[in-house]
Each structure stands twice: as C-alpha cells, then as structure tokens.
Design a protein. Structure first.
Length: 348
C-alpha cells in the first residue's frame, strides 16, 4: 500500500471511529434533503430515490425526503461544496458511489482527517454494465469491442465521470482482455450515467459503460435499451437474470459498485453515528428489500466497521486499477484549486 493510501485509510478511520449510537430522536431532523451529485437519473439519483421512497414510511422519525442536484466530477463538486460550506448540515445526506472513492483515493478530493466525509452507510450494491440501444446489431460484448477497435470514428463509448474515472478504466481493462489496445477506442465522459443514456438514445454514442440497475430500471420503464454484459461474478437475479456476465464472454473482470450516503465533514460525529443507526434499521425492513428489488439493486447493508473496511478496499482497488493501466497519478491535496495529474506511461 502506498504512503498516500495509508494516509487516506487513516483519515477514514478517524472519521469513522465507533461512537455511542444513542442519541435522542428529537435531536435528529425529521425532514431531510438527499443531495444528488450528478444530473437527474442514473445511479446517484437512484440512491436518493431509494431513501425518498422508504424512509418516510419506515417509522424512524423521518416525515419527508427531498432531492436536490449538484453535478460535477462524480461527486467532486458536491463534496467541495459541503466540505467548504459555512454550515455542516445534519439534515442533508449526500449520495456517493465507487467513483467518489476513486476521486479520494487518486487525490482529486482532500483526504485529511478533518475533511474526510462522515460516511453513513452503503445502501445497496450495483454492478458495472455495457449498455447499447435496443436496435443495435451486436449480440455480444466481444463483437462490439472488436468493431469499435476497427472503426473508432463510427463507434464511441460513453461513461459517467472523469476521463480516467472508473468507467474509462473498465473500458480499458475490457479491451485488454480481448487483446485490443485501448488507445484505439473513443471514449466520451458524461456527467453521470443518465446523461450517457440520453446521448445513447440520441445516437451520439453507441455504447455506455453504465451500471446494471439504472440501465435495467430504464428498460423496465420502457426505454429501448439492451444490456450486453454485467460485470458481476455470476448472473444477477430478477429482470437481469437473462443478461450474461462479462466473465461468460471472456472478460475475467468484476466491477461492483457501492451505493451509499455520507454527511458533510463538519457534522458532529455523534450525529453521524445516530444516522448510521437509523439507516441501518431501515436497511433491514421488508419495505426496503422490496424497493431494492424494484430498482434492480442488490442488498449489501453496510455501516460501522464493515463500511470502513469496504471504503478502504475500494480505495485500494482504485489505485491498483490505475497502476494496471500505466497511470502515474500525483495527488494534489489542494483540490479543486489544483487538479490531479495523471500521466499515461503504458501505450496500450
């Protein structure tokens, strides 16, 4: 583990130190906002939708959940706003996913102990997917990849986030599995998976490196899409049971995606602990399980020590993927004043 990774994990440990969960219910807000750090639709929005649908009726003292939006950099703009804001809001939960942790692990957001997010919970598990239009001719992942390598000007891939964020990394690792130089592929970065699906439907890109739940939910709602592959160890249940995995198609790569929420760094850790207890109770209710199934998400309730371990694991994975792709990343703790510098050293 690199020195920066050790500092990062220590900062997480500081932010997540176990605290007594007892806090009078009246000290917690009964109306909350869930901040979506992206455009509407997509995975971040689905996280907040999950809370909006289940919290008010769970008997946990929440009467209403609103949603607000602050897109930018896979959660980076929202994180900057809440970590540098005048007031640390105890009534605002901010959605995060693996891309947010990648930003932290690769230095695009501060990782000092006083600016670490107050992590609340992982609410569910999703998996990366490759999505095409319903009328696309490709019947499998390899056919798409090889045609794209032969004609990159005609076939473009899209994904949420940064140029070298998780979606772009997944595309490169998939290409490598087929012996295709990733430099032969055209990738466009969008502000969230919802924006990529809009571009896909309009024909601006021909495939999206999105996540399975958001794509399948859009299909359930009538959008003419098809999922070519899901990056899961085995086929997923429910509506996704007929969708082959990337492993079945010769790509030995899993890409789990955590869907969770955090509080601003300045929130009292005791408030965070109380929120962890409240969300933890919600995630073990039958209504929550039903909502997960409806949204094509997989159960994976994490708080406390398990949450801390999961986030540290995602950070380690992010750095491992960067190294595997020949990226040398120089962390810049003064983000957003200075962006991270990533230099590609491996031409494939």
């Amino acid at each position: 583990m690199t020195r920066f990774a050790r500092i990062f994990c220590l900062s997480l440990a500081t932010a997540l130190t176990a605290l007594p969960l007892a806090l009078p219910a009246q000290d917690l807000p009964d109306r909350i906002d869930c901040l979506v750090p992206a455009q509407p639709q997509g995975g971040f929005d689905m996280t907040c939708q999950l809370l909006a649908e289940t919290l008010p009726s769970a008997g946990l003292g929440i009467t209403a959940v609103t949603r607000s939006y602050l897109p930018g950099g896979v959660g980076a703009a929202a994180y900057s706003a809440v970590s540098h804001g005048a007031d640390a809001r105890a009534d605002q939960l901010i959605a995060f996913a693996d891309g947010s942790i990648y930003n932290l692990a690769l230095g695009q957001m501060p990782a000092t102990s006083d600016q670490a997010p107050q992590w609340v919970a992982v609410l569910a598990r999703d998996y990366g997917a490759v999505v095409v239009r319903g009328d696309a001719s490709w019947q499998g992942l390899e056919a798409l990849m090889r045609e794209a390598a032969q004609d990159p000007h005609r076939i473009g891939f899209g994904g949420g986030g940064l140029l070298w964020g998780p979606d772009r990394m997944r595309l490169s690792l998939t290409a490598r599995a087929y012996g295709i130089p990733s430099g032969n592929l055209r990738f466009l970065a969008f502000e969230g998976s919802g924006s990529c699906l809009e571009a896909l439907s309009a024909g601006f890109v021909q495939a999206c490196l999105n996540d399975a739940a958001a794509a399948q939910t859009a299909i359930d709602q009538g959008t003419d899409l098809r999922i070519l592959a899901v990056y899961a160890p085995t086929r997923l249940p429910g509506a996704l049971s007929d969708t082959p995995t990337a492993r079945e198609q010769g790509v030995p790569l899993d890409w789990p995606v955590a869907r969770g929420v955090y509080l601003a760094p300045g929130v009292d850790p005791a408030i965070t602990a109380a929120w962890q207890a409240r969300i933890g109770a919600l995630m073990h209710t039958p209504a929550y399980a039903a909502a997960l199934a409806r949204l094509n998400l997989q159960p994976d309730p994490l708080t406390g020590d398990a949450l801390r371990a999961a986030i540290a694991g995602i950070a380690t994975t992010a750095q491992a993927h960067a190294r595997a792709l020949g990226l040398v990343c120089t962390p810049q703790p003064l983000w957003p004043q200075r962006q991270i510098t990533c230099v590609r050293t491996d031409p494939t």
